[in-house]
Design a protein around this ligand. Sequence first.
Ligand code: DGI
Ligand code: FE
Ligand code: FE
Ligand code: FE
Length: 186
Amino acid sequence: MTEETLVEKVRDALSPSRFRHTEGVVKTTEALAKRYGEDVEWARLGAWIHDIAREWPIAQLEQYAEQIEIPSGFALIPNLLHGPIAASIFRDWFGPDHTDVENAIRFHTTGRLAMSKMEMILCLADAIEPSRQYPGVDDIRELADRDLTEALAASMDSTILYLLERHQPIFPLTVMARNELWERKI
Ligand code: DGI
Ligand code: FE
Ligand code: FE
Ligand code: FE
């Protein structure tokens, strides 16, 4: 599948505002891939597809999730399912030989332990693309240009804070990823 075809499929799947978010993620992913020496073309494809299932109704997410392998715990928080589902769609469309991009899509919401550069780039780009607005985002954008690990650790702090303030469940893998990223810095 070409990038052009993928973009049209993503446009069909998303509201205009989430499509704009995705365009921002593609731009930011490309900049980070160049900055940190990752494959720009594959990173862009991962960014285009990362939220393709984001607006599916919960019933559709859960039905699809039954057909594929879902990392443990993801099914408890429906908001986390769109990553693994998008990863599975990516594999269907682009084949089984791009597991690094596939995992970047799969774990873009949560992060995980021992993240690859590709995984870190997509996860961070999702959090800092130009249309994202939350307290501290500009500091994280600045950090992103200097230090990928520290920027991602800071963005996970911000996600965890956001969830705490709303009394939402916090996915343990995100906490483990966040701890490990800060440890890498010490
Ligand atoms: O898909 P996006 O909106 O671009 O962003 P995302 O994939 O990072 O996050 C999707 C949603 O999942 C967002 O509303 C925040 C939420 N989320 C992320 N991590 C956790 C979480 N929700 C819970 N309950 N627990 C988490 O650890
Ligand atoms: Fe997402
Ligand atoms: Fe995210
Ligand atoms: Fe996103």
